[in-house]
Design a protein around this ligand. Structure first.
Ligand code: CAA
Length: 362
């Protein structure tokens, strides 16, 4: 309990008007691990409490509210007394919690000093079947990461042997036509495509049905050696419903997409997925190696100018929506826009002056 008391002391000592820089200095003292029943915070450089508080400062939520929220959280989730000094943590972890959210079916972490948002699909017993609740959480976490200035890229992966074995069949099996249509079933997934920051899918195992579609809705897919892609919906008497019929054909060509979708079998393994360009590459080793590699890719993107990256993503995605000449026009317009950025001046000056660029994300 003494750690809880000292954490609360630190939280109380953070003034409402604290600037992010002052906060970093303040919370550097809070380098500890707190393990709770549902709320684990591993702190390193400036601590998860610091990251969350910093975001509150940015979002204009007062320090007082944060302090009382934090106090309530700690009380509500009844921190257990296990607590260890930890100076070697490389991650800042908000177990099942991001800002004020309690997530049940995903696990959320901030890694690489808060520059990469990591989302674990966390229903391993159901092979991370994509229930409505889980997908609302994924969408919500992505939107929050998208708003967080520190975060430059997002990684989505699955716990256990699956990335995701599809939409939750048990949840949707009794839906009527009217219910599916009226609720615009799965339409909330489309919000993901509006996220401006790059999303990397680290596909560690089964990516079937909605799982394959979720991966394809991301910007980059890295595959683990055991990754398996497929669209088995026809075997359930339905068809892919979250972009599978539209995206797969663009990635692997008509014939292979038709074979996968019309047989519901003919799954694609990691090697073939890499050959066909469905994934950018196969990462050797276990799940941890895959996630570590995805984080490295995300970290390298996060080190670059955020507005430039957002424009690059928008330009590439335009190729999905537009014909060639319209796409080239969009690219040209975005390219010209980069010259309005300080970061373009900095990037090019740094090259000429043979030094590393210091991007300010503006
Ligand atoms: N929805 C709900 N539960 C699922 C699930 C899904 N998509 N996939 C797996 N599960 C559950 C199983 O029911 C099982 O639960 P119980 O222990 O309670 O029985 C548990 O996860 C483990 O699954 P298995 O025992 O089947 O594991 P396995 O290793 O033998 O087989 C598998 C793995 C081949 C992936 C098999 O689970 C499977 O075929 N799953 C369904 C794949 C599928 O059809 N996906 C498409 C879904 S529809 C869709 O996604 C529509 C869309 O486009 C929007």
């Amino acid at each position: 309990m003494s750690l809880i008391r000292s954490t609360m002391r630190i939280l109380r000592s953070i003034p409402a008007t604290c600037t992010p820089a002052a906060l970093r200095a303040e919370s550097a003292a809070a380098s500890r691990t707190i393990k709770t029943k549902r709320f684990a915070v591993k702190c390193r450089t400036y601590g998860a409490a610091g990251v969350a508080f910093q975001e509150r400062v940015r979002l204009g939520i007062s320090g007082e509210r944060w302090n009382s929220n934090a106090r309530r959280s700690v009380q509500t989730f009844r921190c257990q007394s296990q607590a260890t000094e930890d100076t070697n943590q490389t991650t800042t972890r908000l177990h099942g919690r991001l800002l004020e959210k309690d997530y049940e079916d995903i696990d959320v972490e901030l890694v690489e000093k808060g520059t990469v948002g990591l989302i674990y699909l966390d229903r391993p017993k159901s092979l991370n079947a994509l229930s409505d609740a889980l997908m609302y959480e994924v969408v919500d976490a992505c939107q929050i990461f998208d708003k967080m200035e520190e975060v430059g890229a997002i990684v989505i992966t699955g716990r256990g042997k699956a990335f995701a074995a599809g939409a939750d069949i048990k949840e949707m099996k009794d839906k009527t036509f009217q219910e599916a249509q009226k609720s615009r079933i799965f339409s909330h997934w489309n919000v993901l495509t509006a996220v401006r920051k790059p999303i990397i899918a680290a596909v560690n195992g089964f990516a079937l049905g909605g799982g394959c579609e979720l991966a394809m809705a991301c910007d980059i897919i890295l595959a683990g050696e055991k990754a398996l892609f497929g669209q088995p919906e026809v075997k359930l008497g339905t068809i892919p419903g979250i972009g599978g019929t539209q995206r797969l054909i663009r990635e692997v060509g008509k014939s292979r997409a038709m074979e996968m979708i019309l047989t519901g079998e003919a799954f694609m393994n990691a090697q073939e997925a890499a050959q066909k360009g469905l994934v950018s590459r196969v990462v050797p080793g276990d799940n941890d190696a895959l996630v570590a590699e995805a984080i490295q890719v995300a970290k390298s993107i996060a080190a670059l100018s955020r507005p430039t990256i957002a424009m690059a993503k928008e330009a590439v995605n335009a190729a999905y929506e537009l014909g060639l000449s319209e796409g080239i026009k969009r690219e040209h317009s975005l390219f010209c826009s980069t010259f309005a950025l300080e970061d373009q001046k900095e990037g090019m000056s740094a090259f000429v002056e043979k030094r590393d660029a210091q991007f300010k994300h503006r």
